[in-house]
Design a protein around this ligand. Structure first.
Ligand code: FMN
Length: 345
């Protein structure tokens, strides 16, 4: 078992990475159903929290069924980040996570996200301000460093541990890499193997199959793995990784019934959380990936995305079960998207 302060996780936990516009409560619920051991909200701006913007307030929503869950915040100002931590404290998530990894220019230019990687003293002060402001366990998610010349994650890990963080998730890229190249897990392993480090170290970056997850577990010795892009459109990745680690065998691809169940479950949560109209609307982008592989799906897809009536959506999903009875999905490789590919540094 792995402990983050008082949070007990199973051996080699699988974490759903925080992802803006992805890791909302409806999506988190289906990842939890499929084996995610710890999940996070989308990142939330500390300024937005203090100003109580509707977007930020909504992102604070967490539900008991998804616990343990962390709320992730970002910001480049100690006072404001500390205040945001106090607000998060009142929501009572299981932990508070600080984002020091986001590479997006608009955030970095304000000295937040991975922008903080250029000023480790500030990063330490920001973290200390959060630890002081909340009773929650504070964790950090970051990258290896700013660029190839400043891969200072080993120093960062020690200093953040010294000011009280309870776990560290490391995306094995620098900020300047954005999503280019491959994640460097050697350096993540170095942090893990540093005898000074006693907090859990979670590896993140490019896990896209059960085989890779097991290989990286064995090779790099991290305490657990955080999975991001591979879960988008495929929440079954968690159960597949777990099964493979436990048995050395690959699970068959999810059946049609399982896929329809996930669609319905996420739809219902989406309706509950967003309300009927936007709940139905928000689900539309998911059907194509959840049901990928069905031949001649276009007509059903059109029906799924052209109604505003949730009961009608469920009826179409039931029709699918009849129309494709006996259909067996093939296990296909997961493609990881290179986000921010055309983003200027
Ligand atoms: C669409 C998208 C949104 C993301 N949003 C966040 C975020 O809000 N907070 C964060 O710490 N990282 C965010 N990330 C980074 C992921 O958490 C993760 O570190 C990264 O995708 C690498 O892991 P992967 O290779 O498993 O996808 C985001 C990534 C993607 C693809």
């Amino acid at each position: 078992m792995i402990k983050i302060d008082n949070i007990v996780l199973p051996d080699f936990p699988l974490l759903l990475a925080p992802m803006e516009d992805v890791s909302d409560p409806p999506f988190r619920v289906v990842c939890k159903d499929n084996g995610a051991d710890l999940m996070y909200t989308e990142f939330i701006s500390s300024e937005g929290l203090i100003n109580d913007t509707a977007k930020c307030r909504k992102r604070l929503d967490i539900f008991d069924e998804e616990r343990p869950v962390g709320i992730q915040i970002f910001g480049g100002d100690e006072g404001k980040l500390g205040m945001a931590a106090t607000i998060v404290d009142m929501i009572k998530p299981d932990l508070l996570d600080i984002n020091f990894g986001c590479p997006i220019k608009g955030i970095v230019s304000k000295g937040a996200g991975s922008g903080v990687l250029k000023d480790i003293d500030l990063m330490v002060r920001l973290t200390a301000a959060c630890v002081k402001a909340t009773n929650l366990p504070v964790t950090v998610k970051t990258r290896l460093g700013w660029d190839d010349h400043t891969k200072n994650i080993e120093e960062v890990a020690e200093r953040l541990q010294d000011v009280g963080i309870k776990a560290l998730a490391i995306h094995g890229r620098t900020r300047c890499q954005m999503y280019k190249g491959t994640a460097d897990w050697e350096l993540i392993a170095k942090v893990k193997n540093n005898p000074r480090i006693h907090i859990p170290i979670f590896g993140n970056g490019d896990i896209d199959s059960p085989q890779k997850a097991l290989e990286y577990k064995d090779r790099y010795g991290v305490d657990g793995i955080m999975i991001g892009r591979a879960a988008i459109g495929y929440p079954w990745i968690f159960r597949e990784v777990k099964h493979y680690i436990r048995t050395g065998e690959l699970l068959p691809a999810p059946t049609l019934a399982e896929r329809v169940d996930v669609c319905k479950r996420q739809l219902r949560k989406s309706l509950q959380w967003r309300g009927s109209e936007s709940g139905v609307y928000a689900m539309r982008r998911h059907y194509i990936s959840y049901l990928k592989g069905l031949p001649e799906f276009a007509l059903f897809r059109k029906r799924l995305v052209s109604t505003d009536d949730p009961l009608e959506v469920e009826a179409v999903l039931d029709d699918l079960l009849i129309a494709y009875r006996g259909f067996e999905f093939e296990q296909t490789p997961i493609e990881l998207i290179n986000y921010h590919e055309n983003c200027s540094l």
